[in-house]
Design a protein around this ligand. Sequence first.
Ligand SMILES: Cc1ncc(COP(=O)(O)O)c(C=O)c1O
Length: 504
Amino acid sequence: MQRAAALVRRGCCPRTLGPWGRSQSSAAAEASAVLKVRPERSRRERILTLESMNPQVKAVEYAVRGPIVLKAGEIELELQRGIKKPFTEVIRANIGDAHAMGQQPITFLRQVMALCTYPNLLDSPSFPEDAKKRARRILQACGGNSLGSYSASQGVNCIREDVAAYITRRDGGVPADPDNIYLTTGASDGISTILKILVSGGGKSRTGVMIPIPQYPLYSAVISELDAIQVNYYLDEDNCWALNVNELRRAVRQAKEHCNPKVLCIINPGNPTGLCFTSLGVYQDNVYSPDCKFHSFKKVLYEMGPEYSSNVELASFHSTSKGYMGECGYRGGYMEVINLHPEIKGQLVKLLSVRLCPPVSGQAAMDIVVNPPVPGEESFEQFSREKESVLGNLAKKAKLTEDLFNQVPGIHCNPLQGAMYAFPRIFIPTKAMEAAQAHKMAPDMFYCMKLLEETGICVVPGSGFGQREGTYHFRMTILPPVEKLKTVLQKVKDFHIKFLEKYA
Ligand SMILES: Cc1ncc(COP(=O)(O)O)c(C=O)c1O
């Protein structure tokens, strides 16, 4: 497309002589005359407008990169231009992007990635043997021994085998089959692919997708895009955001009146809530509370016996983006499916093959996550040190955040048992709600905008994740380094107190 546009441009506006030997200026003069004579041709109505575009795409919202983040970008530009603000930098606590917040990559992962990317380094004495071993194995499984070739649509075979072995270890021996593993472009791609396959029907038989509220907005965005029916089930804020089975039953019962609820999405540990119930998701390494342990849904199904383990159709997802590695940019991920009909698995591969394959570099990164150094290997000690340091720090920051927020009048924060976010509840006075209405903003959006404008701290309003009516929250990552996080929390505290005074 770009190339074609460049050729057209070169054809009509040559640097010296035009296509018919006239000078550039005479060609340009003629072009502008044409514009004057035939204005209706140059200004014909656009085919693609907000009215004519796909309404499902227009309905998509993604708060994590929404208006507040655009405003943060504008403020950053203003700061760069020397415009004075009550702060000197914007702190982006809106998104779970660990490296962007200064977290250092895990050395072993990057060593293997470097070797895979530039195999000449395999001769270098600077790299440990265990990293070289991993890299050789990955490269041998790639077309032409290069990370630059397409892989099978389902992903590189030996990486799927490593994922299956990892899941089997994680679930205490419950077997995983490489044939059930699909490597994906981050977890997002897997989630949207599986939802795509699930949605069908019209009217009352249209697929209903049950999602937790609050939720990670990828789910609501994909539901909008697919024109499926969003079925909310509310997590219990008064009980550390627990999932209540009666609430699930209520949601299914009511949904059945207008759709066909056939998909249940569970995010565990929870984003944005930090809730950790005993089950599965991209934050499976991010569990901080000593009373909590990660159990996968698949393992639980096996413990419940064959009636469940042989029947429940389950898809679960993992990613290189979170955990201790935080490698969001590689876009690595996997999906494991169980009990899917073989014909549906065929359809899944067909759908994935339309996009050829997930990035092979992301697949390699996923391999290192599921196949890290083991005791006795050269890199084991350094790897363990780095991993524990990241997770230990996150645990410390989870507690620090909870404690500090709970000292502020008008803020309540549940314990952050896992993931990497706080989702505190905030009290917004009536006068502030009126001011928000005057600005045509939701009250929590107004609060977060003011927080951004006065402190430079960028967080996401709770309305972007869903919340019970009449309650207000914001989501903030706990990713800034400890000292910076302390400053951030202190600034939020000072801002909140001033906000309450101003709108009292
Ligand atoms: C619950 C949940 N699922 C999926 C994702 C997307 O992860 P990825 O970067 O692997 O696409 C995120 C990212 O924040 C998330 O919190």
